[in-house]
Structures are given as structure tokens and as C-alpha cells.
Design a binder for this molecule. Structure first.
Ligand SMILES: *[C@@H]1O[C@H](CO)[C@@H](O)[C@H](O)[C@H]1NC(C)=O
Ligand SMILES: *[C@@H]1O[C@H](CO)[C@@H](O)[C@H](O)[C@H]1NC(C)=O
Length: 640
């Protein structure tokens, strides 16, 4: 009591006098006072520049630059990297966060490594969106934004933010790169799709805003992304530099609307997209691949400074999407891309380079960016005033969320708390409820469809794509077990088999019923080609051709077939012959003893009649025959 009394008196005396004489104090005093002006005055130019960078280290090779392994615990090399550069933050990925206690300890060790040299605590960030993009190995996955859109219950968007916020906060992670505010109007979108709440502007605006409020209620910095909108593209920025070609008027009345709602409600961070928006800014930049290309939003001063800050009134922190994405480095190079981004108005460059060992040549990128920005200041293409204003925004954000007052004490108590909060039974119950309410019944034969009644003779063929580690068949059978149902099943994994028109037929022949999973974005079998694993937007011969032929074969044998769309629902218009078709909006199954996304179990509960379908499509579904005709409109969803 006595000690804390003395400290608080000291702090308030410092705070009172700080305005007059900041020079009398060292950085420790400035941090204690939480005076942003004072902190800024003690920072070197180099420290200001690295405050504007956030690196990652999901994998590392200790001692030499050999084979890397996942970083789950701090090592002295990463600690020295952090201590050397005094970054503004660090971003975590799934390899960093497999377990609750381990994650908390790693986060503490990251903060401690930084504090060796840098008095300013770090933003610890993550892409914990819920659904398809989740990083915590033991957290609550939730059904994902498009599923939440399908529930038509905005409170679920708030609860998504609240649950994720509570789990991140318990782990010491202070920033979530979420919610996705993109409007998924392009059915061929390979990278956003189920990460979006839907195709309707006002639905996305409302739900993204509720999600942000849920995160904020747990003192987590939310990040609206990907400004000015990544929903109307058919290329993945991890690979290509896509262009959004809509008119200026359209973009202002669609893509920008959710971001404006989030800004008006006080969101503190916005992430930019590596996408060209010629209707907003057609300024060109020289490309390393030759010629001039239109500046992507991340490098556009018109978009980031004139529109986002000027017209839309955003006063928070603008962070780039990952600067290592091919879309950026192929055209502009790593160092120049970050320099140009800062000039355009980016406050923080995310992952300017991804070194994986101390002697990695990519380590030089950080020094080159520092030197480059200093050169830009000398040349007047960037100014000290701009640098100071940007760093001030970052420090103000850290102050607002209590990060300047970071306290790494009481680890044991924080671990105990995290173990009770992360993936708690309460969170799982909310997750189940949301997933149930999302299941959307597209079509259903009233006689042979839902419910699938199980008796002693029932044998169910389960045909699933089994992508990567996601054991979708196990997700179905585990759900039967959890419901206390004993039924004989005949699994067939159709991903890794060569396509043939007769595949899966033996399994259907032996069965009385079929449960079929479909995972693709496309609605037309004729464009099948490419790889379903690496790019669900351009699928292989299995993507729609296999489900369609399985459905028609089951019909020819008079076996009821229940088809579940596992990702974007756009392909369901091909499944008119399915006895029952459901959209579940989530494809991750059951892995290493852990049920991942709750979507497949929810669909099974609906098929068995344990839960009534109440979901409504959050996007328009176009006909596979005539792409301008809507087969199932936004809002479609049968009830029983
Ligand atoms: C670029 O945009 C400006 C202003 O919107 C317009 O006047 C001009 O024609 C555009 N240039 C090109 C090459 O599209
Ligand atoms: C639906 O079944 C009918 C009758 O077997 C068939 O002619 C038609 O091609 C099928 N349609 C689709 C989209 O599979």
C-alpha cells in the first residue's frame, strides 16, 4: 500500500511538471507518466522508424541458417533481434500459438526481450478472425464471419469479438487484425470469401461494427481490413496485384461504407489492401518488372491520406497488409515498398521482411529501410513532421489500450486465468449456438430429406474432400458419437484420388444414405482446373464435378443424399438434384483430438433433425448456366 502510494504521488508530480520541462526526464519517467510527447522527445530517428515496423518469426533456425522449425518458445537469437531493432510490435502466427500456457509465456518473453533495450512495450498482434483464419491452437474457433452473417443475428457478431477479445486478452495479445470489413460481391474471390460477413453493404457494415465493439469491450485493438475493400477481386494478393475496377461512385456507396461505419464508431486501426483502385487513384509507379503500374492502395497517398484520413476522418493507426506478399515485392522490392508505404501514409509496415535466422540476408532489409527513410527525410519526400505524427499515433494507441503501462508480473496467476478462459465451456457453448443458427437449408425433398432417420439398417456413405490436415470425415463421425448415435459409416476421401466418373460409387452402392461435403467457391463445373488445396477459387476436376456426379449417381440408385457446402456457398446452384443441400460456411474438421470449426457438426445436427435450420444466405448465388441470373437470392433459406 505504502509503496504504491509513493509511486502514484511520484507519477502525478511528474505528470504535473512534465508539460514544462520534459527535458529533465529520462525515458523511464516519460513511460511512467504515459506522456506521449515526452516519449517521442526521447526517441532517436532510428527508434521512430522501427516503431513503425512489426516483424514475425513463425519459424527460425537457431545457430545456423539451416532447416527452420516453429517458434514456440523464445530463443536468444530472436531476443537479440528484437532488442537490436526496438520494433513497434510483433505478430504471431499459428506455429507460435499451439497451446495456451506456451503462448502466454512466449508473449511475455517477447515483451521482455524488447524491454531489454526498448522502454516502449510492444503491440502483440495476431489474425484471430474466427472461422477459416484462426491462429490459436487451443482457442475457440467460432463459425466465421459468413456463418455469422447467415444467422442474421448481429449480437453474434458482437459475441464473436467478445469471445476472441477475452481469449486474446488472457494471453497478453493486445491487437487483433480483425474484423474483415470486405463485402464479398465477387463469387470467384479466392482469399476473402467466408471471411466476409456477406455481399450486402449494410449487413457487412453493421456486423463488422458489432464485432469491433465486442473486441473493444475486452480492451483489444481491432483492425478493420482490407481497406479500401478486398471483396470484389478474383485474384489473391499473396500472389498477384489485383485491380478493383468499379467506379468511384460505386466504391463510395459500397466498399467504403463498412469502413466509414467503423471509423464513426471509433475503430483505432485499419489495414490496407495491396489492391489497385484506379477509380480512386490512378497514379502510376515504376515497376521492377518494367513499365509503370497503378499504385496499390498500400502505396497510394490519395487513398490513404486524402481519402481515408481527409474525407473519411480516420485518426487512428494505418497498418499495411503483409509487405512480403508477392503482389508488393515483385513490383517494388522490399525496401522501396516500405519507404513508399510510409510516404503514402502507412503508420506501420507489417512484416517488411521475414528473416528465419540471424545470418539471413533478409536481416539487412531492416537497416536498409531505416537508411532509406532517413534518405527520404533528407530529400524531403518524407518529413520529420510526418514521422513524428505517425509515431505519435502509434504511441497514443498504446497509451489508450494500457500498453504503455504493461506489467509482466504475476505470470502464474495469468496462466491460471488463461487456462480457464481460452476455449472455455462458455465460449464453446456460444460457438455451437452460432454454428447451429448459421446452417442454411438451400433445398430439401420434403419426403426423403431432413431428417435422416437412423435405424438398425442405416449405413451412411460419407464422401468428403479431406483438405490438408482437416479431417472432415472424422468431424462427421465424432458428431454422431457426441450425439450418442451408433451408425455404420463408409468413408470416402475424394481429394487425393484421380478423378474418375465412377469414384465413390462403390461406397454409395453399399450405403442406405449419403452425406457429401463440397468445398469450392466456383459455381460452374466447366471452369474446373488448378488445385483445390492451394486455391479453392480455381478448383480441380473434383471441386464441382465430383459432387455433381455423386449426387446424380445416388439418385440413380434411389439413395437419399445430403450435400453440405463447406466454404463459400456459391456452388450450391449445381446441386439441384441433391435430396437436401445445406450451406455450413466452414470446412475445417477434426484434427489431433480437437474439433476445429463447429460448422460440420452443426450441419450434421440439422441433417439428423436435432436442430432446425434457420440460416439465411448472406450472398446472392448465381446460376451456373447463366451467370447473370440469381439462382438463390440473398436471404434465401428454407425452414422446416
Ligand atoms: C486518372 O484520373 C483522373 C482523375 O480522376 C482522370 O481525369 C484521368 O483521366 C485518369 N487517367 C487515366 C489514364 O485513366
Ligand atoms: C439432374 O438430374 C437430371 C435427371 O437425371 C439430369 O438430366 C440433370 O442433368 C441433372 N442436373 C444436374 C445439374 O446435375
Amino acid at each position: 500500500m505504502k509503496i504504491s502510494g509513493i509511486i502514484s504521488v511520484t507519477v502525478s508530480l511528474l505528470a504535473a511538471s512534465i508539460a514544462q520541462t520534459p527535458d529533465d526526464y529520462v525515458m523511464d519517467d516519460c513511460i511512467k507518466c504515459q506522456s506521449v510527447k515526452c516519449i517521442l522527445s526521447k526517441m532517436t530517428v532510428e527508434e521512430k522508424i522501427t516503431q513503425k515496423m512489426i516483424p514475425e518469426f513463425r519459424s527460425w533456425s537457431v545457430g545456423s541458417c539451416g532447416a527452420t522449425s516453429s517458434v514456440t518458445v523464445m530463443n536468444s537469437e530472436i531476443a537479440s533481434f528484437l532488442a537490436k531493432y526496438k520494433f513497434g510490435g510483433a505478430i504471431l502466427f499459428a506455429p507460435n500459438t499451439p497451446q495456451t500456457q506456451q503462448t502466454l509465456v512466449l508473449v511475455d518473453d517477447i515483451q521482455q526481450a524488447n524491454l531489454q533495450t526498448n522502454k516502449i512495450p510492444l503491440l502483440i498482434t495476431i489474425d484471430q478472425e474466427g472461422g477459416a483464419v484462426t491462429r490459436l491452437g487451443q482457442g475457440t474457433m467460432l463459425p466465421g464471419n459468413m456463418a455469422v452473417g447467415a444467422t442474421r443475428n448481429p449480437n453474434y457478431a458482437f459475441q464473436t469479438g467478445q469471445v476472441i477479445g477475452e481469449e486474446l486478452s488472457a494471453l497478453g495479445i493486445n491487437t487483433d487484425h480483425s474484423p474483415d470489413a470486405d463485402i464479398n460481391t465477387n463469387p470467384l474471390n479466392p482469399v476473402i470469401n467466408v471471411r466476409s460477413f456477406g455481399s450486402d453493404t449494410s449487413l457487412v457494415a453493421e456486423y463488422a461494427t458489432q464485432y469491433y465493439k465486442g473486441l473493444a469491450s475486452k480492451n483489444i485493438i481491432a483492425t478493420a481490413k482490407h481497406f479500401p475493400g478486398h471483396g470484389d477481386t478474383s485474384a489473391d494478393t499473396h500472389v498477384l496485384l489485383p485491380a478493383a475496377t468499379r467506379s468511384r461512385e460505386y466504391v463510395y456507396t459500397h466498399e467504403l461504407v463498412p469502413f466509414q461505419s467503423l471509423i464513426d464508431n471509433g475503430i483505432d486501426m485499419i489495414m490496407t489492401a495491396h489492391i489497385q483502385y484506379p477509380s480512386l487513384d490512378n497514379t502510376t509507379l515504376p515497376s521492377l518488372t518494367g513499365g509503370e503500374i497503378i499504385a496499390p492502395a498500400t502505396l497510394s497517398k490519395v487513398i490513404l491520406t486524402d481519402i481515408l484520413r481527409g474525407e473519411m476522418g480516420f485518426q487512428g493507426v494505418v497498418i499495411s497488409d503483409a509487405m512480403g506478399m508477392d503482389a508488393i515485392i515483385t513490383n517494388f522490392g522490399r525496401v522501396d515498398a516500405s519507404r513508399k508505404a510510409f510516404i503514402a501514409g502507412i503508420d506501420i509496415c507489417l512484416m517488411p521482411a521475414i528473416p528465419t535466422c540471424l545470418a539471413d540476408p533478409l536481416m539487412a532489409v531492416f537497416d536498409q529501410i531505416i537508411a532509406g527513410v532517413k534518405q527520404d527525410i533528407a530529400d524531403g519526400t518524407y518529413t520529420m513532421e510526418e514521422l513524428d505524427a505517425s509515431v505519435t499515433r502509434i504511441l497514443n494507441l498504446k497509451k489508450k489500450y494500457g500498453i504503455l503501462a504493461y506489467d509482466g508480473s504475476n505470470q502464474a496467476a495469468r496462466i491460471a486465468n488463461a487456462l480457464s478462459v481460452v476455449g472455455s465451456a462458455d465460449h464453446k457453448a456460444i460457438e455451437t449456438q452460432m454454428a447451429n443458427d448459421a446452417i442454411t437449408l438451400i433445398n430439401n425433398d420434403p419426403v426423403r430429406g431432413i431428417p435422416l432417420n437412423i435405424d438398425a439398417n442405416t449405413k451412411i456413405a460419407i464422401l468428403m474432400p479431406q483438405i490438408g490436415n482437416e479431417q472432415q470425415i472424422a468431424s462427421v463421425t465424432k458428431t454422431f458419437t457426441d450425439l450418442g448415435i451408433t451408425v455404420s459409416t463408409i468413408p470416402f476421401s475424394y481429394l487425393n484420388t484421380q478423378f474418375s466418373a465412377t469414384a465413390g460409387q462403390a461406397q454409395i452402392d453399399q450405403a442406405t444414405h449419403v452425406i457429401l461435403g463440397s468445398q469450392t467457391n466456383v459455381n460452374n463445373p466447366e471452369v474446373d482446373g488448378g488445385s483445390i488445396t492451394t486455391n479453392p477459387g480455381t478448383t480441380n476436376g473434383w471441386a464441382t464435378t465430383f459432387p455433381i456426379s455423386a449426387i446424380n449417381y445416388a439418385n440413380s440408385k434411389n439413395k437419399p443424399i445430403f450435400t453440405i457446402s463447406l466454404r463459400s456457398p456459391y456452388e450450391v446452384a449445381n446441386f439441384v438434384n441433391s435430396t437436401t443441400t445445406l450451406a455450413a460456411y466452414g470446412f475445417k474438421g477434426y484434427n489431433s483430438g480437437v474439433m476445429m470449426e463447429p460448422n460440420i457438426p452443426a450441419a450434421i445436427r440439422v441433417i439428423l433433425g436435432k436442430v432446425k435450420p434457420v440460416g439465411k444466405l448472406p450472398v446472392d448465388i448465381y446460376s451456373p448456366v447463366d451467370k447473370t441470373t440469381i439462382a438463390y437470392p440473398f436471404g434465401h433459406g428454407l425452414t422446416l
